[in-house]
Write a protein that binds this ligand. Structure first.
Ligand code: RIB
Ligand code: CA
Length: 314
């Protein structure tokens, strides 16, 4: 039975691959896409979700726009990684799929409350929409099957030495998500940095020869250029599809139980996901933390999804 998910995202190059993997994976039923401000402003991340769905031929999944700013702090974006549009690289045509009138927070609440308790939330951007949904309708915490998020790190951050981008954009939202009594899995940088898109991967995608594959190659080329410039990384880590892969094929993303808490007050450490892997703090584990990526199989899943969606007339 495919796992029903809502993908909450801030497209973003790796968010785009997460959308493709979610829709192209037979193990996933992509119930909805919700957008949030993060990599770029909300208008841009929402337009980008529509662009990706247009090129991927995803016409039957609702796209709902969410929060344009974090709960408390001013918005920080990531043009240095994703460009001014948030999805630089390809030449995009006019999107052919609409944005829903329903706010993302209302869509999340309605979908979860109408469900049989089988909805998994997969946030791969700042957690603003998820935190607001919890506050507006606390009952979703007991009804959501699982939260599998891309964010945080058991080690260093990327936006600051301590904090990963999705968490530091809205630490107050992240603190609410990690402290709520629902099953949370953290797919952090320590895992996603194992998912670098090297030249052999790019060539496998290019060889598919479809318009979607061509767009993905252009996205990866741009992503590679900014990651090389920003972090000296030879191969860009595709963070967000790792969270989707954890839901689709849990065996590809190994996890351990740990206590995780989000720092919101530190002058230098705000946004850090303090991860206690050895029980030093005497706190019971409140999350599963991703540790090992089965990289070859992950890329097989990713390439298969691109191939599946890229079939003309699919
Ligand atoms: O730190 C990486 C995360 O921040 C990814 O989700 C990327 O898309 C950005 O949102
Ligand atoms: Ca993202």
């Amino acid at each position: 039975m495919p796992r029903k998910i809502i993908l909450d995202c801030d497209p973003g190059h790796d968010d785009a691959l997460a959308i493709v993997l979610a829709q192209g994976s037979p193990e996933i039923d992509l119930v909805g896409i919700t957008t949030v401000a993060g990599n770029q402003t909300l208008d841009k991340t929402t337009l980008n979700a529509r662009r990706v769905c247009t090129v991927a031929g995803i016409t039957d999944v609702p796209i709902c726009a969410g929060c344009p700013a974090p709960l408390v702090r001013p918005l920080v974006t990531a043009a240095h990684i994703h460009g001014e549009s948030g999805l630089d690289g390809p030449q995009w045509g006019e999107p052919q799929v609409p944005v829903s009138d329903e706010h993302a927070v209302d869509f999340i609440i309605r979908t979860v409350m109408e469900s049989d308790g089988d909805i998994t939330l997969v946030p791969v951007g700042p957690l603003t929409n998820i935190a607001l949904a919890m506050r507006k309708e606390p009952r979703i915490v007991a009804k959501v099957r699982e939260v599998v998020l891309m964010g945080g790190s058991t080690a260093r951050g990327n936006h600051t030495p301590a904090a990963e981008f999705n968490i530091i954009v809205d630490p107050e939202a992240a603190a609410a998500v990690f402290s709520a009594p629902w099953p949370v899995t953290m797919v952090g940088l320590n895992l996603t940095h194992q998912a670098g898109a090297g030249p052999e991967v790019v060539e496998r995608v290019r060889a598919l020869g479809t318009p979607l594959a061509g767009t993905v190659v252009e996205l990866l080329h741009f992503f590679a250029s900014t990651y090389k410039a920003a972090e000296g990384r030879p191969h860009p880590p595709v963070h967000d599809p790792c969270a989707v892969a954890r839901v689709a094929r849990p065996e590809l993303v190994e996890v351990v139980d740990a206590f995780v808490v989000v720092e919101t007050k530190g002058e230098w450490t705000s946004g850090m996901t303090v991860t206690d892997l050895t029980g030093r703090l005497g706190k019971a584990p409140n999350a599963k933390v991703a540790t090992v990526l089965h990289r070859e199989e992950f890329w097989d899943e990713m390439v298969d999804a691109i191939a599946a969606l890229g079939q003309p007339g699919r």
